[in-house]
Design a protein around this ligand. Structure first.
Ligand code: GLC
Length: 531
């Protein structure tokens, strides 16, 4: 039997926005636990939780101040344990987000490190007398001056997220202890945040500049020498525990870089941004990214498939707001080769939210972009720039019902609930067989019934005139998938006798051969002849 994660579909839960149970306007563990039956019924096999550790929440928890506890807004350690056990009882596995690259500036380690140049923890972070030209991925210089000790420290993200020095073995040991702590609490693995950033060029050479794009090329602050050996050590620690899973956020769209990170002894999988971050809808481009991945990966490597997350625009909005197209993307994610990661709310077609005033913008990246833009632009222009950068768009509360605050909370949530929530919500879609939610359920059910859709190889993978089609096969079955992204009827060349497994457009095939696909149809067929 293949490893469990190879035949699992994951679901990302953005902690502050899934379900508030204690009435403070922020999601929590008791809230998630109360929705486990919903998730079971949806048909997902694994959950990825974004960070829930104590944090000043400058970057919504990706700035951890204590790796060994639960932030009180999310509940207690008891609530966490209860959640894990309830999930496991339903055969749902849980992986947790772990930020190994940086800590909060309020973390005890950094407080000690900045206390004096001679402190034994000084070298746990990256301190220099002079900054180089490296830019933060959020905004401005990546170096912050510390008055008290007269040196600069390095931060790839906000200045409150201080980069650890992974060249120091004590840091590695400290993080290995953190991983063991959570593995012993029963988690099934980790989603490793910005994992290709752990090592930076030790000479701190300046980054080159792309004059055409007018931006810095991040050449020496990620994917550096030694990173793979650090990852191998992490994998070794984690895989001392049986059956654990590691997915890494490798921030790159370059398949040659992505492919280095996964495989035997490394990460089990990494996020395929080469596929997932396509910015505008283009079926041919999407197809070429699937092909490049298939060609680059070795047989031990498996891609991941996702098109939305808490860091990006939801694919439904990014690709033009069209529900039919969103269904095609869902069908691709759940039938093509790869481990799927569904982002909360995509299963009901939630749309991006745009802030109409800077005062309601919550995301640090958006706010920093506003501060920079307002120096040269009008308030409206600066807000537009900020909305472009802000990740609030996909972080709004999960829309459960038409009740106040979308049934997410009894009180006003920490972030705005979009206007559309009274129409787009779980309650409205649950009993409607044509809804987005029902379509996701059918797809997830279909994957379970047809293992070729989970672990099968491609017998072929084709593109023609707006249609992506492939056949997935294993020892026992052959499954055809045709995704017609065009507005026209397209013929399918099938000689064998087939039967219909799923379509978003019809209940039955008009013929067993001579099949056509309808505009915007996702069609899944089963070859009837025994293999
Ligand atoms: C990852 C997270 C993102 C966070 C960043 C810094 O990209 O997904 O939300 O801001 O890392 O930790």
């Amino acid at each position: 039997m293949a490893k469990w994660w190879k035949h699992s579909a994951f679901y990302e839960i953005y902690m502050p926005s899934f379900k508030d149970a204690n009435g403070d306007g922020v999601g929590d563990f008791a809230g998630i636990t109360s929705k486990l039956d919903y998730l079971k019924d949806l048909g997902v096999d694994g959950l990825w939780l974004t960070p829930f550790y104590p944090s000043p929440k400058v970057d919504n928890g990706y700035d951890i101040s204590d790796y060994y506890a639960i932030d009180p807004t999310y509940g207690t350690m008891e609530d966490f344990k209860n959640f894990i056990s309830e999930a496991h009882q339903r055969n749902i596995r849980v992986i947790i987000d772990l930020v190994l690259n940086h800590t909060s500036s309020e973390h005890q380690w950094f407080q000690e490190s900045k206390s004096s140049r001679n402190h034994p923890k000084r070298d746990w972070y990256i301190w220099r007398d002079e900054p180089n030209n490296w830019e933060s991925f959020f905004s401005g210089s990546a170096w912050e001056y510390d008055e008290a000790t007269g040196q600069y420290y390095y931060h790839a993200f906000a200045k409150e997220q201080v980069d650890l020095n992974w060249a120091n073995p004590e840091v590695q040991k400290a993080m290995s202890d953190v991983m063991k702590f959570w593995l012993e609490k029963g988690v099934d693995g980790f989603r490793l945040d910005v994992i290709n950033f752990l090592k930076v060029k030790d000479t701190l050479q300046d980054n080159p500049y792309d004059h055409e794009k007018n931006e810095q090329i991040h050449l020496f602050d990620k994917d550096q020498e030694g990173i793979l050996s650090a990852i191998k050590d992490i994998a070794e620690t984690v895989h001392q525990y049986p059956d654990k899973f590691l997915v890494g956020e490798v921030g790159s769209e370059d398949i040659e870089i992505l492919k280095r990170y996964s495989g035997t002894g490394k990460l089990d999988v990494s996020f395929n941004f080469n596929i997932g971050s396509i910015s505008e809808f283009d079926a041919e481009k999407l197809f070429s990214r699937l092909v490049e991945t298939e060609e680059a990966y070795e047989s031990v490597q498996m891609p991941t498939l996702f098109f939305s997350s808490h860091d990006m625009s939801r694919h439904i909005s990014r690709f033009g707001g069209d529900e039919e197209r969103a269904k095609l993307i869902a069908a691709l994610m759940l039938t093509a080769k790869g481990v799927p990661f569904i982002y909360q709310g995509d299963e009901i077609g939630m749309q991006d939210w745009i802030a109409d005033d800077i005062s309601v913008m919550m995301d640090v990246q958006g706010r920093l972009a506003f501060e920079e833009a307002i120096k040269a632009k009008t308030k409206e222009e600066a807000l537009a720039v900020a909305n472009e950068r802000s990740r609030d768009k996909s972080r709004t509360p999960m829309q459960w019902s038409s009740d106040a605050y979308a049934g997410f909370s009894e009180v006003r949530p920490w972030i705005t609930v979009p206007d559309g929530s009274s129409e787009i919500n779980v309650q409205n879609q649950q009993d409607n067989p044509d809804s987005m939610l029902s379509f996701y359920k059918r797809l997830l059910q279909l994957r379970k019934e047809h293992p070729s859709l989970q672990t099968g190889e491609y017998e072929f993978l084709r593109y023609k005139d707006g249609m992506i089609s492939f056949m997935r096969t294993n020892e026992v079955e052959r499954t055809w998938v045709a995704l017609n992204f065009s507005e026209e009827v397209k013929p399918l060349k099938i000689e064998e006798k087939v039967s219909l497994l799923l379509s978003n457009k019809r209940m039955a095939l008009e013929s067993e051969t001579a099949i056509v696909t309808l505009p915007n149809e996702a069609l899944v067929l089963k070859e009837d002849s025994e293999k």
